[in-house]
Design a protein around this ligand. Structure first.
Ligand SMILES: Cc1ncc(COP(=O)(O)O)c(C=O)c1O
Length: 360
């Protein structure tokens, strides 16, 4: 796997231009969408546009601090009472949506400083977050505690265009009435990559994208809008491990998933579903070797993938096969579409132990 830091920086500047220079809370959960959580944080941290980082697992937040990351880190996932101790000690900001003011005050007293938090309001997505109808009293209670600093107030769009507008209305109504009563809400944020394209009125005080930072269009339709020029910052390549000619009547793969009635050259790549390559890649996925695209055939096994080269031996052992990179036709979006898979599944499922090379 390659992580291209120049493309990360390019995407951040595209997002920054799009959002009128607001700050960006970079979502680097799920191992930095496959790039490696510390890799991507180290690459993004020096950029002025990056306010901080958001992850969902405490372990990832701690990994960032262990890696020397100093900018704010928001933990968007759950933690228990014991873990709040680590959260506060490591200066990680918890996302809060339950009445835990007492516990926060206790931790603040222990460390001798205020604890910054982000309050999560559910305006209709129906997962974590205090329901918007009950959010007023909770936020007012948290804001009344000297030991607690509300550094942000957030919501998540359902990404249903019409309902998003209703969610926005609910959030605006709630936050403006709280602001009127003197409650300080910190930065209000909601916008993921989808909203960067679809909802300029949802940019609020800060945006919270993931996919766009990695240079990937979260929806195929966004690619042709011209709203942002995103360059994939992530590539997956493998060296051809073996090349052979199958004869007429031969087969390849478990259960003889592929059969040939004519001689054909095939190449084996040492990458499989355990590495994160979708099994469905054998039903339409293509890889690039040299300048040509070759179909994945048979079935994707745990650690191997077979590619059909054709009547001529045009590929050698050691050649580089690109599963996806920044080139048109081989973008992560292209590969995911050819496998009938989501680009989110593709990058986030890349195995954490794949060798990753950070390229400036
Ligand atoms: C709460 C929250 N905010 C922001 C994001 C970023 O989304 P995206 O990668 O589509 O930009 C996610 C990712 O799913 C999320 O769960």
């Amino acid at each position: 796997m390659e992580v291209h830091t120049a493309n990360l920086a390019h995407n951040v500047s595209e997002i920054h231009r799009r959002i009128g220079q607001r700050p960006i809370l970079a979502v680097i959960k799920n191992n930095g969408y496959g790039t490696g959580v510390a890799n991507v944080a180290r690459a993004l941290e020096p950029l002025d546009a990056i306010h901080g980082f958001a992850v969902v697992k405490l372990q990832e937040a701690v990994t960032l601090r262990d890696a020397g990351v100093r900018k704010p880190v928001l933990l968007m996932g759950p933690f228990d009472a014991g873990e709040l101790h680590d959260v506060v000690s490591q200066r990680i900001m918890p996302m809060v949506y339950t009445p835990m003011g007492d516990a926060l005050e206790k931790e603040a007293a222990r460390v001798g400083r205020r604890v910054p938090i982000h309050v999560c309001v559910d305006t209709g997505i129906g997962r974590v977050g205090v329901p918007f109808r009950q959010a007023g009293p909770l936020i007012t209670d948290l804001a009344s505690r000297k030991a607690v600093e509300i550094a942000g107030t957030m919501m998540t769009f359902t990404e249903d265009a019409a309902f998003d507008r209703e969610q926005m209305r609910r959030f605006e109504t709630l936050t403006s009435s709280l602001t009127r009563t003197g409650v300080a809400l910190g930065r209000r944020h909601a916008a993921s990559s989808f909203a960067l394209f679809e909802h300029p009125d949802g940019f609020l005080d800060m945006v919270r994208p993931g996919m766009a930072i990695y240079g990937i269009y979260s929806e195929p339709a966004f690619r042709s809008t011209g709203v942002m020029d995103l360059k994939p910052a992530i590539a997956l390549r493998a060296r051809v491990a073996y090349v052979k000619r199958l004869e007429a009547g031969d087969s390849a793969g478990y259960e003889r998933a592929y059969k040939t009635d004519r001689p054909v050259w095939v190449a084996t790549l040492p990458v499989g579903h355990v590495d994160g390559l979708p099994r469905s890649a054998a039903k339409g996925g293509k890889v690039r070797i040299g300048d040509a695209m070759y179909p994945i055939i048979a079935s994707v096994s745990a650690s191997h993938t077979i590619v059909e080269i054709g009547a001529e031996q045009r590929v050698q052992i050691g050649d580089v096969a690109t599963i996806f990179d920044a080139q048109d036709g081989s973008r992560p979006e292209d590969f995911a579409a050819s496998c009938n898979s989501s680009v989110y599944d593709l990058t986030m499922h890349l195995h954490a132990l794949l060798p990753r090379r950070v390229i400036a």
